[in-house]
Design a protein around this ligand. Structure first.
Ligand SMILES: C[S@@+](CC[C@H](N)C(=O)[O-])C[C@H]1O[C@@H](n2cnc3c(N)ncnc32)[C@H](O)[C@@H]1O
Length: 280
């Protein structure tokens, strides 16, 4: 039996079957962030720093596991590649990304449904591949990374991004009191691809050029705010009616806790790696 919901194929529809869940989760978390650079901007900076021939215009770039296309838009705006492909397993998120894409003169922007274990990219075609916050959905992320390496052009780079295993552990403690006594004992959602193993996962298929860790700090304004984020967290065993229902979860939290700001952290890890085929 698969106990980690991020790895359970039967739960992907619940997680990514419509864009509203991801939007409300991300919005609640971003409203709480007090420290930490915006991830898409860091990806752009890393690409600019490490890409061979960075003065040449970028040809094909791919945003793998692009979700609602938030980072895809930033890549289009700031890197202006000739072609940019957003790829995601969820048809609903591909449709949302397409809707939100905006207009980027000079960049041919396409969104496709696809699986990062079998990328819809020909060998050695891609000069930049980004995979942010998605590899931990694979039971074998090394396979997905090998697939990214296959698609990279000579000298092309990948920017892989994930979170630390113990991200948001203060929220486990909050939920453990009264709602799910085992909250802190569930496997981390990031168990297969996290800050501690991402570079090692990349190493067999690519040359790792840089690894950066940055702590992001969050302060939720109170129990109602944290409930907006926690209600979509599949990690916990909550009483019926609480999961997916921020109002009901907030009411349950109010029964167990005094209302006050709630602080938590997550260390974000960026791995920049180059195709072993070497420089262009
Ligand atoms: C947390 S979202 C991250 C979205 C985006 N990269 C970001 O940084 O905001 C994870 C995404 O990975 C996608 N995903 C999960 N398994 C996948 C797979 N096997 N192939 C492609 N995408 C996948 C999900 O559909 C979801 O959109």
């Amino acid at each position: 039996m698969i106990t980690n919901p991020f790895l359970d194929p039967d739960r992907q529809g619940e997680l990514y079957g419509n864009d509203a869940r991801l939007a409300s989760r991300s919005t609640a978390l971003m409203r709480a962030r007090t420290e930490g650079r915006p991830v898409p901007e860091v990806i752009v900076q890393l690409a600019q720093t490490h890409r061979a021939g960075a003065d040449r215009r970028l040809g094909l770039a791919a945003d793998i596991g692009c979700g609602r296309g938030t980072s895809t838009r930033v890549l289009a705006e700031q890197l202006k590649p000739q072609r940019l492909l957003g790829i995601d397993a969820s048809p609903a998120l591909v449709a949302a990304a397409r809707r939100r894409a905006g207009h980027h003169p000079g960049t041919q922007l396409t969104f496709l449904q696809g699986d990062f274990h079998h990328l819809p990219l020909v060998d050695t075609s891609c000069e930049l591949a980004v995979a942010a916050f998605c590899l931990y959905h694979s039971p074998e992320p090394g396979r997905a990374i090998a697939e990214i390496a296959r698609a990279l052009a000579p000298g092309g780079i990948a920017v892989l991004v994930t979170k630390a295993l113990d991200s948001y552990k203060e929220l486990d403690a909050l939920v453990a009191a009264g709602l799910d006594p085992h909250a802190a004992r569930h496997e981390s959602l990031y168990a297969t691809a996290h800050g501690g193993n991402l570079a090692d996962l990349a190493n067999p298929a690519m040359d790792v050029l840089a690894v950066e860790h940055e702590e992001h700090r969050f302060e939720f304004s109170g129990l109602d705010h944290v409930a907006e984020y926690l209600a979509t967290n599949p990690k916990y065993d909550l009483a019926p009616g609480l999961y997916g229902n921020p109002g009901a979860l907030a009411a349950a939290l109010h029964e167990w806790h005094a209302d006050k700001p709630i602080a938590t952290t997550s260390v974000i890890t960026y791995v920049v790696a180059r195709s072993e085929r070497g420089q262009a």
